[in-house]
Design a protein around this ligand. Structure first.
Ligand SMILES: Cc1cc2nc3c(=O)[nH]c(=O)nc-3n(C[C@H](O)[C@H](O)[C@H](O)COP(=O)(O)OP(=O)(O)OC[C@H]3O[C@@H](n4cnc5c(N)ncnc54)[C@H](O)[C@@H]3O)c2cc1C
Length: 616
């Protein structure tokens, strides 16, 4: 563990489209009036300038700090039949089967640990730490952390957790999460330097990596072995630890969220030190810890099930809501990956669907009807009308949308016009492309934003569904959500994104369920296209109200579970009580809390969010 000032960390500067633009060493950064330590997992290096926030748009670069530069990393060692985790991690159903005796044993062990640590005066050396300021991707959450520890080896991580005792030691990855779920002002442990890909087992198609390895770099390490991850979220800057701990997901009716691809994990907890968990080793704890929201230990190492690298043929087209309703069942079955982007206040739904290129199949020629200039024309035209002082030259789609929304982001009539222009953009974007799955499945999700994403069970993906079967809950939900937006005249920004996964064997996953079960994920969004603090606050209030209206109308009816990286604690006491009730209905909270006590009796790994959600 070395102090930040002595580290030559690599500062990777990425554009929002994900291209690495520069790699330069740094020991500290000043952003605005703040001095940022290189421990800070992520900060927006461009959003402020001399204390004044500059425009934050999808085309502006943001910076991810932490992690060894890929170039400095030791090579990946392929092993024919070497080390992998055992078991497939999917044998059991999503429901936990903790016995009363196991729970008693856990409490007993935790109690013994508490007593022992109370009685023993330790003279362990303080871990090295520094203060750090960390901000999330959208600049909506920030923490001034008193003690950020950055271990460089697993041994250092173990020592740091041992010395934690009653001190805070909340794990943080890339700090992307919209709700800042990793943040804890009193103490955090950054995994940025534990980022090696340890080994690839080409035969078993598995990869073992340190939890701080970022998705983007894992993909590159797998490429020479003809392997890839099973699915991808929209961006790839997440660390594998954070990616799996929040139960992140891509889309595909037969593909589970990423936590379900964890075969084995090494996890470090204050009470137990370093333990290995898998379907064979402490299987009940393993199931809980795969998607443990950082509350059961700091994940040091993961063994992940991969798949053969493959190319995808992706088609994009638009449909009306009634076309979606009539074709949905067949589209869901026919495509390995499919997502809908509903454009509020319009009759346009964008469909993006892909399937693997078959072996021996010739790559189809990329087809797209319109030039880029023609595609963005409706947005450019509207911008010239509503913001004549803004020059649209060289702006791409995302930036144009940000500039348009910036004119009046909460005015419903204005938002309707922007959405109509966006619908026209997508109608002109109909086309097809072919590329490797990691390239196809990531997508530009726009500028700074508030997002609230929920998952809910929608039955099973039967081989066939009879023609007179009722509309599946995923589309019933969308009907009701769209009706609510119309009725209440909500200035709903586009898109409302709808995706699917199969069930996860992690009981703490929002999509917990059997491999046959089907879960829909729907995200509402409001962009933050302004840097004026009062305007950002007004947008934040309006978004909060939008989310509350969604939950009031549909929360219990559809058994909505919010994505762990997007859930927030309500300020209102009644809403807080409702959320806690819903959490207890959807998750095995007793077992999770028993495991928390066992692994972390003093709550070193906890923060306000975890304590609020799971308080007994
Ligand atoms: C622009 C954008 C697009 C996104 N798109 C998607 C998407 O398509 N699908 C989706 O599911 N999500 C999506 N997300 C959410 C995102 O995937 C998660 O926020 C992300 O996976 C968290 O990874 P991280 O490394 O940033 O973790 P952090 O935000 O740093 O931490 C997340 C949680 O994991 C815990 N944690 C982190 N590392 C460890 C560790 N080593 N051991 C134990 N606990 C740990 C933290 O304590 C915290 O609870 C998106 C987020 C953004 C900003």
């Amino acid at each position: 563990m070395r102090r930040a000032s002595t580290l030559a960390l690599a500062l990777a500067r990425w554009t929002a489209s994900g291209e690495a633009a520069a790699l330069k060493p740094t020991s500290e950064r000043w952003v605005g009036r703040q001095r940022l330590h290189p421990h800070a997992a992520l900060f927006d290096a461009t959003r402020r300038d001399g204390g004044v926030r500059t425009a934050a748009t999808s085309s502006k670069p943001y910076a991810v700090l932490g992690g060894h530069a890929a170039a400095r990393r030791a090579g990946v060692h392929a092993q024919g039949g070497g080390k992998t985790g055992g078991g497939d991690g999917r044998k059991a159903s999503g429901k936990t089967s903790w016995t009363g005796r196991a729970r008693v044993a856990l409490f007993g062990a935790a109690l013994a640990y508490v007593v022992a640590t109370h009685l023993s005066e330790t003279d362990e050396a303080e871990e090295e730490s520094e203060a750090a300021t960390v901000e999330n991707w959208s600049g909506t959450k920030k923490v001034e952390c008193e003690r950020m520890v950055t271990p460089e080896t697993t041994e250092e991580l173990v020592r740091a957790l041992e010395s934690a005792k009653r001190k805070k030691m909340r794990p943080v990855g890339s700090a992307l999460s919209p709700n800042g779920c990793a943040f804890e002002g009193k103490g955090m442990v950054s995994m940025g330097l534990l980022d090696k890909v340890v080994s690839v087992n080409a035969e078993k198609k598995t990869v073992t990596l340190q939890a701080g390895a970022r998705v983007r770099e894992v993909v590159e390490a797998l490429r020479p072995h003809g392997l890839t991850l099973q699915n991808y979220a929209s961006i790839r800057e997440q660390q594998m630890g954070g990616f799996t701990q929040v139960g992140a997901h891509g889309t595909g009716a037969t593909i589970p969220p990423v936590d379900d691809t964890v075969l084995e994990m090494k996890i470090v907890s204050p009470s137990r030190g370093l333990v290995t968990l898998s379907a064979e080793k402490e299987p009940e704890l393993f199931k809980l810890a795969k998607c443990g929201i950082g509350a059961l230990g700091v994940v040091a190492e993961l063994t992940i099930q991969c798949v053969d690298a493959h190319k995808l043929v992706e088609h994009t087209w638009t449909a009306t809501p009634s076309e979606i309703e009539s074709k949905h069942e067949s589209w869901l079955r026919e495509h390995q990956h499919i997502r809908y982007m509903w454009i509020p206040h319009t009759d346009t739904v964008v469909v993006v669907a892909s399937n693997p290129l078959k072996p021996g199949e010739r790559e189809p020629r990329i087809r797209s009807g319109y030039s880029e200039k023609k595609r963005i024309e409706p947005l450019v035209r509207l911008l010239r009308e509503v913001a004549p002082n803004v020059n649209p030259a060289n702006m791409g789609f995302g930036q144009l949308r940000d500039e348009l929304l910036k004119v009046n982001p909460l005015d419903v009539e204005h938002v309707k016009r922007v959405n109509a222009a966006e619908a026209e953009f997508w109608k002109r974007s109909k086309g097809m492309r072919v590329d490797w799955s990691d390239q196809i499945l990531g997508f530009d999700c726009g500028g700074q934003q508030h997002v609230l994403e929920v998952a809910f069970p929608v039955g099973e993906l039967e081989p066939e569904r009879s023609a007179d079967a009722p509309l599946r809950e995923d589309l019933q939900f969308m009907r009701e959500l769209r009706e609510m937006i119309e009725e209440k005249q909500i200035p709903a920004h586009a898109p409302i994104e709808q995706r699917w996964t199969s069930g996860s064997s992690s009981p703490m996953s929002p999509a917990a369920g059997s491999p046959q079960s089907l879960h829909s994920w729907v995200g509402i969004i409001t962009y933050l296209p302004t840097t004026v603090e009062s305007e950002r606050e007004a947008i934040t209030r309006a978004f909060k109200r939008y989310g509350e209206q969604e939950f009031d109308k549909l929360g219990d009816k559809y058994k909505l579970r919010t994505h762990w990286a997007k859930i927030e604690l309500p300020e209102d006491a009644n809403r807080f009580a409702t959320l806690r009730r819903q959490i207890r209905e959807h998750y095995p909270v007793k077992e999770f809390n028993a495991a928390r006590k066992y692994m972390d009796p003093y709550g070193s790994l906890s923060n306000e969010l975890i304590a609020g959600l799971f308080k007994n």
